[in-house]
Write a new protein. Structure first.
Length: 280
């Protein structure tokens, strides 16, 4: 979900240089090949999501160019709504999509298992892959949403590097990453839905919502850390990096908590009082 939006943005800016045309041709060719690849329902779901996300983001850019995260979130939300309508129109149920994703992952797992034959611990690796496939199938919508948001932000950044006459403002530094404080309600809604035991689809929505919001707030916490790290000795940063390798889940939880707390405490304003507004 990176090359499609990039190609659309380059077309909007009316490419005139060889570099722009090369990137545009490459992005269009790669996107066309990817869309025509064979695949099951899970792959078709991902391709439909990519097309809808790219179209929504292009429409928002034409309407009001902006480097804010809100454009990526709005395009992703519109794509989710479009996919829901698409499934309803074709009479598809989420269980069928999830089963297709599990089947595609199982096929991949069987291929990998063939290469593991005779390797010590292969049975444990296969069990872990099976558990991972089940988790991925449950969180598939959230994972697609995160890939869409990340792809749109990456496309916007590369677009401003490639295009000679780009529309909109260039992306802000990562240390300024942020979004509207009102999005905290997405976290609240996600927690509330997860706590509801029945029906199953309500909990599924809550889990995927928490995945997306957790990643957003963890990224926000990382942005706060990056800004604060400018005043931290390199030896301490190296030690923290080493600790992260062994305690990654705890570090991610800590960054998420920092991101959530930033909603009320606004750490970066305290660290740099003279800095302007953040990329919200």
């Amino acid at each position: 979900m990176f090359l499609g939006p990039l190609a659309a943005l380059l077309l909007v800016s009316r490419p005139a240089t060889l570099r722009e045309w090369v990137w545009l041709a490459g992005a269009l060719a790669w996107s066309a090949l990817w869309l025509q690849e064979a695949g099951g329902l899970g792959a078709q779901f991902a391709r439909a999501a990519a097309v809808l996300v790219s179209g929504g983001f292009l429409a928002l850019t034409l309407w009001r160019p902006s480097n804010r995260l809100s454009h990526a979130l709005a395009a992703t939300g519109a794509a989710a709504l479009g996919l829901t309508v698409w499934m309803y129109g074709f009479g598809l149920k989420w269980g069928a999509v999830r089963a297709a994703v599990e089947g595609e992952l199982a096929t991949l797992q069987r291929g990998m298992r063939t290469g593991w034959t005779g390797i010590a611990g292969s049975s444990e690796m296969a069990a872990q892959m099976s558990t991972m496939a089940d988790t991925v199938s449950i969180l598939y919508p959230g994972l697609l949403a995160l890939s869409a948001i990340a792809g749109l932000r990456l496309a916007w950044a590369w677009y401003h590097r490639i295009a000679v006459r780009p529309v909109g403002a260039p992306p802000a530094p990562f240390s300024a990453f942020g979004f509207s404080d009102q999005l905290i309600w997405g976290w609240v809604v996600g927690v509330a839905l997860v706590l509801i035991p029945r029906p199953d689809w309500v909990r599924l929505v809550g889990e995927n919502l928490l995945l997306v919001w957790g990643a957003l707030y963890a990224t926000r916490g990382m942005a706060v850390f990056v800004l604060g790290a400018r005043r931290t000795p390199k030896s301490i940063l190296a030690a923290l990096g080493l600790v992260t390798l062994f305690l990654l889940p705890f570090v991610l939880c800590g960054l998420t908590m920092v991101g959530l707390a930033d909603t009320w405490l606004d750490f970066r304003r305290r660290l740099t009082p003279a800095t302007g507004g953040y990329d919200r």
